[in-house]
Design a protein around this ligand. Structure first.
Ligand code: ADP
Ligand code: MG
Length: 275
């Protein structure tokens, strides 16, 4: 598989009152076309910065972000984003919230086609029947579902999720994980997920990239067998082993554990276990 998204030698520092704050350090990482890559790492290590760079919302000091081999220099409608806070507009219905991006960046779809697509997405995430409700009439999980539909309305080739389920309770979060698998089966996006939930990373992604503490570099990469997955997959010995490896790598990244004690997966194990 070729990489749809390439980050090449990304170095970035923010200007702050006390001087430059180095955030990313010569970061090299790729996201395969059609893949779903989760980034995990210590808080404040530069994960959200990474998503803004991929989305073309900012430029790195050094290095290049490429999409299909072409440098990313500005935001584009082929990249959809969803965040921890769904930020829906209270005075608009759920359907109208999902349609909002089409008012900002025009689409080739007719009004009817766009509405059909919005309704189909809402159906896919289990929000059929809620099209005319206001955001405040929905639970937090339902609002997040609506914001996923909004992020997908332009049929983006890249979907960036920055800790989208972080504010939800455990049950709702697991429901949304299953919704993500359902969406992925129907929508052909390449996924970038930022999360601090390691179980979420191995449940949703087919590759987990552990970033080091700030300034972030790639600390560890774990490839997982392709989905579909069921929640029981998280309770297998293989899953426990993977979580153990990731947990340890994060501790190494935070400087709490020596690298030499790192547990590793048995050779070839990425192809076994979860199905
Ligand atoms: P993460 O998402 O991994 O928690 P961020 O990418 O949001 O990390 O931020 C990385 C570091 O850069 C943090 O220390 C944060 O406080 C700082 N930072 C983020 N955005 C800015 C900004 N616009 N100006 C200055 N510092 C920033
Ligand atoms: Mg963040």
């Amino acid at each position: 598989m070729t990489d749809l998204i390439e980050l090449k030698g990304i170095t970035h520092a923010y200007a702050t009152e006390s001087g430059p704050l180095p955030v990313l350090d010569a970061l090299d990482v790729g996201v395969p076309e059609g893949g779903f890559v989760a980034f995990v790492g210590p808080s404040g290590c530069g994960k959200s910065t990474l998503t803004r760079l991929i989305a073309g919302l900012m430029k790195p000091d050094r290095g290049e972000v490429r999409l299909h081999g072409a440098p990313v220099t500005s935001p584009r409608s082929t990249v959809g984003m969803a965040f921890q806070n769904p930020v829906l507009l209270e005075w608009r219905s759920i359907l109208k919230n999902v349609l909002l991006p089409l008012e900002i960046v025009p689409t080739k779809l007719s009004r009817l086609q766009a509405e059909d697509r919005a309704r189909r997405l809402l159906h896919l995430v289990g929000l059929e029947g809620f099209e005319d409700k206001r955001p405040s009439e929905l639970s937090g999980g339902m609002r997040q579902r609506a914001s996923l539909c909004r992020a997908l309305i332009h049929n983006p080739e890249v979907l960036i999720l920055d800790e989208p389920f972080g504010a939800l309770d455990a049950f709702t979060r697991e429901d949304l994980w299953q919704t993500m698998h359902a969406l992925r089966a129907e929508e052909p996006f390449t996924g970038v997920l930022i999360t601090h939930d390691l179980r979420e990373s191995i449940y949703l992604a087919d590759r987990v990239v552990v970033l080091s503490a700030r300034p972030a570099t790639v600390q560890h990469i774990m490839d997982l067998p392709p989905g579909p997955r069921v929640l029981d997959d998280l309770y297998t010995p293989e899953a426990a082993e993977r979580l153990n490896v990731l947990r340890h790598q994060i501790e190494v990244a935070q400087g709490r554990e020596p690298a030499e004690a790192a547990p590793s997966l048995p050779p070839g194990s990425a192809a076994q276990g979860m199905h």
